[in-house]
Design a binder for this molecule. Structure first.
Ligand SMILES: CC(C)(COP(=O)(O)OP(=O)(O)OC[C@H]1O[C@@H](n2cnc3c(N)ncnc32)[C@H](O)[C@@H]1OP(=O)(O)O)[C@@H](O)C(=O)NCCC(=O)NCCS
Length: 423
C-alpha cells in the first residue's frame, strides 16, 4: 500500500505531502503480524506506565481495535510511530489529519496510542543507561501532560497535540528524564552566555556572548524594527590570558550597557560553549510551587552527579522559555509561584519576541489576542499585559549545581553586584 492509497482510504489525502516522507522505509520495517503497540495487553500496560487511570482503557482499546481492523489506518499509525521514534532525522507530524471520517471524534486517540508506545522504547533505553524504574515511570508521564494540552484545545477529548508528539523522540535517544516537577536533558551547552565564579568569594557573574544585539532596555529583541535597532547596542566579549572583558548580565535578566573586566586569577569560567548542562524542560500540568521546583532541582543535581559522573554538569539551565520572561515579575502577583521561582535563579536575556511560548498558555496557532481565551488568571494577566502595548519576551536561566541547597533565598540577587567590578 502506498501513502496515497492509505490516505485515500481514510479520507486523508490532502495531508499527503506531510505523511509521504519515509513511507517506503517505514513500510519495509512493518511487522507482518500487525502493529505490536495496538495489541490490547500492550495498550493496557503502556497506559498504566504513563499514569493514566484504567477508565481510559475503554476508548483506548476500542480505538486500537478500529485501527487494527483497518489496513490503511494500521499502516498509517505504524508509519507515524516510525516517523516519530525511528526515522533517521526528527520530523514533525504536526500537519497530519485527525481522520474524522473513520475515527469520528477519537482522532486524537490515534496519536495518543503513538505517544503511549514510547513505553517499551523508554524502558529499554533507560535500562541501557542504568536509570532506576521509578525515574522511568516519572519520565513516562509526558504523554499524559500532553493530553492536558489537548484537552484545553478539544475539551473533553483524549489525544496529544500533533505539534508536540514528535518531541517524544528525544526521551528515547538522549539522556532526558523527569525528576519531580521538571525534566532534564543532559547535553552540551550551545552558547549564548558565559558564566564566571570568583575563586574566593564564590560570587557569580554572567557575560553576554560577543556581538549580541540589545535594545535600549538591555533585552534582545528578535526581528526588531529599525528604530529599536538604531537605539540599541551590541555586547562585547574579549578573552585574553590574563583577563576577560565583557557585557554583564544582571541576574534579573537584563544586559547592562557597560563592560566589566575580570582578572582570570580571581575569576574562573564555569560555563562556556560545549560544557555539560542539564537543560530544563517544564512539562504542563500542576503548579510550579517553590517547594516542588526546588526539590526537583536538588534531586537533579544529586541524581546526575551519581549516575553520570563522567559528565560533570556546569549549570542546571533553561536555554529559553516564556516561563523565564523577566516581565512576569511586573505583571503577576508578587507571591505567584512563577515570580518566586524567577527570583531564586539567575535569569539572562535571550533573543525573543513576537509570540514566543504563547501557545503553551492559549493553545492557539496562530495566536490571536482578540479570540484568545481569558479563562484562567494566567491568561487574563498575559492578555492584559499585551493589551497595554507591552512587548512579549522569553528568557533563559541557570543555577549552579553547588547552589541548589540555597534555592529559596534569592541568593543570586542578594549577592549582586559582585564586589570590586564597579557595577
Ligand atoms: C507554568 C505552569 C506550571 C503554571 O504554574 P503555576 O503558576 O504555579 O500554576 P498555578 O496552578 O498556580 O496556576 C496559576 C493560574 O494559571 C493557570 N494556568 C496554569 N497552567 C496554565 C496553562 N498552561 N495555560 C493557561 N493557564 C494556566 C491556572 O489555571 C491558574 O489560574 P486559575 O486560578 O484562574 O485557574 C503552567 O503554566 C504550565 O504547566 N504550563 C505549561 C508548561 C509550559 O508552559 N512549559 C514551558 C514550555 S516553553
Amino acid at each position: 500500500m502506498t501513502a496515497e492509497q492509505a490516505l485515500a482510504a481514510v479520507g486523508g489525502l490532502p495531508a499527503l505531502e506531510h505523511v509521504a516522507p519515509y513511507w517506503d522505509e517505514s513500510m519495509a520495517a512493518m511487522p507482518s503480524g500487525g502493529v505490536p503497540f495496538l495489541d490490547s495487553e500492550a495498550v493496557r500496560s503502556n497506559r498504566e506506565w504513563c499514569g493514566f487511570p484504567a477508565a481510559v482503557d475503554t476508548v483506548l482499546l476500542a480505538t486500537a481495535a478500529r485501527i487494527r481492523e483497518n489496513p490503511a489506518l494500521s499502516a498509517l499509525i505504524w508509519h507515524c510511530a516510525w516517523r516519530v521514534y525511528d526515522a533517521p532525522e526528527a520530523g514533525s507530524v504536526g500537519k497530519w489529519p485527525l481522520f474524522p471520517q473513520t475515527l469520528g471524534a477519537d482522532g486524537g486517540v490515534f496519536y495518543l496510542l503513538v505517544g503511549l508506545s514510547i513505553v517499551p522504547r523508554l524502558r529499554a533505553h533507560h535500562g541501557r543507561l542504568g536509570i532506576p524504574e521509578d525515574v522511568t515511570r516519572e519520565t513516562c508521564q509526558q504523554p499524559r501532560c500532553f493530553c492536558g494540552n489537548y484537552d484545553r484545545q478539544h475539551p473533553g477529548a483524549l489525544g496529544i497535540p500533533l505539534n508536540q508528539l514528535g518531541w517524544l523522540r528525544h526521551y528515547t535517544r538522549e539522556v532526558y528524564l523527569r525528576l519531580g516537577r521538571f525534566e532534564y536533558w543532559l547535553r552540551p551547552f550551545a552558547g549564548a552566555v558565559q558564566v564566571f565564579r570568583h575563586c574566593d568569594t564564590g560570587e557569580v557573574i554572567a557575560l553576554a556572548e560577543n556581538g549580541a544585539r540589545f535594545d535600549r532596555d538591555g533585552y534582545q529583541p528578535r526581528d526588531a524594527d529599525p528604530a529599536t535597532l538604531a537605539a540599541g547596542w551590541q555586547s562585547v566579549l574579549t578573552l585574553s590570558r590574563g583577563s576577560v572583558t565583557g557585557t554583564p548580565l544582571a541576574p534579573w535578566g537584563k544586559a547592562l550597557r557597560q563592560s566589566v573586566t575580570l582578572s582570570r586569577t580571581d575569576w574562573k569560567r564555569i560555563l562556556g560553549r560545549g560544557d555539560w548542562i542539564l537543560q530544563i524542560h517544564i512539562p504542563a500540568g500542576g503548579a510550579m510551587t517553590r517547594d516542588d521546583v526546588n526539590h526537583s532541582l536538588r534531586r537533579a543535581a544529586e541524581f546526575f552527579a551519581s549516575h553520570f559522573p563522567d559528565k560533570p554538569v556546569a549549570t542546571i539551565q533553561c536555554t529559553g522559555s516564556w516561563i523565564y520572561n523577566p516581565d512576569l515579575e511586573r505583571f503577576l502577583p508578587a507571591d505567584a509561584n512563577l515570580v518566586l521561582h524567577l527570583r531564586d535563579v539567575y535569569l539572562y536575556p535571550i533573543a525573543s519576541g513576537g509570540t514566543d511560548g504563547l501557545w503553551f498558555i492559549f493553545f492557539q496557532d496562530p495566536f490571536d489576542p482578540a479570540s484568545a481565551p481569558r479563562d484562567t488568571r494566567l491568561q487574563r494577566a498575559v492578555l492584559d499585559w499585551l493589551g497595554a502595548g507591552n512587548t512579549w519576551r522569553a528568557g533563559g536561566m541557570f543555577v549552579l549545581p553547588e547552589h541548589v541547597r540555597r534555592l529559596g533565598t534569592t541568593s543570586y540577587r542578594d549577592r549582586w553586584p559582585p564586589q570590586g567590578l564597579g557595577l
